[in-house]
Design a protein around this ligand. Structure first.
Ligand code: PLP
Length: 382
């Protein structure tokens, strides 16, 4: 169906940070399929794990034990400080699980219409619940009626959430991205998540973080909340977890980890042996190459170069980043830069019309990072 305005290029193979198209042209991938191929194209560790698992067992069912799923869950919990995991196949599905947890908690407490606080500018997915949670009218348009049970607040505005806390007894959770991804790499104040944690503690709400994009080392820690000194109750992730194999996860601790019981949530494919073989291989690679620290260092390197080379450029409003989530915000819309990037052999994204978004692989060499920075600078009018 006509769901994508596709660019006129088809990639036929990839290796690390590079893609090759059907005409043999090479491109430096500054986007990784939107933060998915975090450890590089055709990653040998993932390829080997997938081939071996495909030759052994791809799918059984969640009716049976799945040791690779249990192993991946244990590893994610050890990395995050969470206690239990539900596996799904995408970011939206992981987020559906989080929203269902919040509603279960509310209904259990006798709140007839439990509500979740969500933020303007956020993106949580395209299913009915997650598009309703999304703080972007364009994502809602034409799909009304939206779901009930969501209360909206501006992003990075603690006071707005305080006001909701004082006035709305139906709220049971806050659901928020630690850095806005689709919303334009918007990095909140350093104490934002801590302040939300404080409100959630005072009100007995769940703090639920959407780390679908920010997770899996992307920001320089395994999860972005690990830059703060507080813990969420629920955290979701997906994009970078399978390096291209569809997998999503909803992690929880404490009360939230005990809300699902057999019969109230499920997924046929979720956490099958093939997907979990990829997930385990991704974690092996992140650990073996110390990719969280590497993402932090690469991010600083790229942001420094962009900032230096673009200093004094009147078309540029701001260069910012957290690890390998990097934005060059322009003063005017420039959607044409995506095609111009293709022509110059570099894949970038432009979000919100005027924000160049870079989500390169965590496995970049220093030379590749420098090439990315200089190619992006080359696209911007001086
Ligand atoms: C991409 C994204 C989603 C949706 O993930 P899908 O796998 O496309 O369903 C949800 N939340 C955030 C923050 C995302 O970046």
């Amino acid at each position: 169906m006509n769901t994508y305005a596709r660019l006129p290029v088809a990639f036929t193979s990839g290796k690390g940070a590079y893609l090759e198209d059907s005409h043999g042209n090479r491109y430096l991938d500054g986007l990784t399929g939107l933060a998915v191929v975090g450890i590089g194209h055709a990653n040998p560790r993932v390829a080997k794990a997938l081939a071996e698992q495909a030759n052994t067992l791809t799918h059984t069912s969640n009716l049976y034990e799945i040791p690779l799923q249990a192993k991946l869950a244990d590893r994610l919990c050890a990395l995050s400080g969470m206690e239990k995991v539900f596996f799904a196949n995408s970011g939206a599905e992981a987020n559906e699980a989080a929203i269902k947890l919040a509603r279960l908690k509310g209904n259990k407490q006798g709140i007839k219409k439990p509500a979740v606080v969500v933020m303007d500018g956020s993106f949580h997915g395209r299913t009915m619940a997650t598009l309703t949670a999304t703080g972007n009218r364009k994502v809602h348009a034409g799909f009304e009626p939206l779901l009930s049970g969501f209360v909206r607040a501006p992003y990075n505005d603690v006071e707005a959430v305080e006001v909701i806390a004082e006035n709305n007894p139906d709220v049971v959770a806050v659901f928020v991205e630690p850095v806005l991804g689709e919303g334009g790499i918007e990095i909140p104040d350093a104490n934002y998540i801590n302040e939300l944690r404080r409100i959630c503690d005072a009100k007995n709400w769940l703090l639920m973080l959407d780390e679908v994009q920010t997770g899996n080392g992307r920001t320089g820690k395994y999860f972005a909340y690990q830059h703060t000194d507080c813990m969420p109750d629920v955290v979701t992730t997906a994009k970078g977890l399978g390096n291209g194999m569809p997998i999503g996860a909803c992690l929880a601790r404490g009360e939230a980890a005990e809300l699902f019981v057999p019969g109230n949530h499920a997924s046929t494919f979720g956490g099958n042996p093939l997907a979990c073989a990829a997930g385990n291989a991704v974690l092996d690679e992140i650990e073996a190459l110390n990719l969280c620290d590497r993402a932090a260092a690469l991010g600083e390197r790229i942001v420094d170069q962009l900032s230096n080379k673009l200093a004094g450029n009147n078309t540029v409003r701001e260069v910012r980043g957290m690890g390998l989530m990097i934005a060059v915000e322009l003063n005017e819309d420039a959607p044409e830069l995506v095609q111009q990037g293709l022509d110059a052999g570099v894949l970038i994204n432009v979000t919100q019309g005027n924000i160049i978004r870079l989500l390169p692989p965590l496995t970049l060499t220093d030379a590749e990072a420098d090439e990315l920075a200089s190619k992006v600078v080359g696209l911007i009018k001086s």
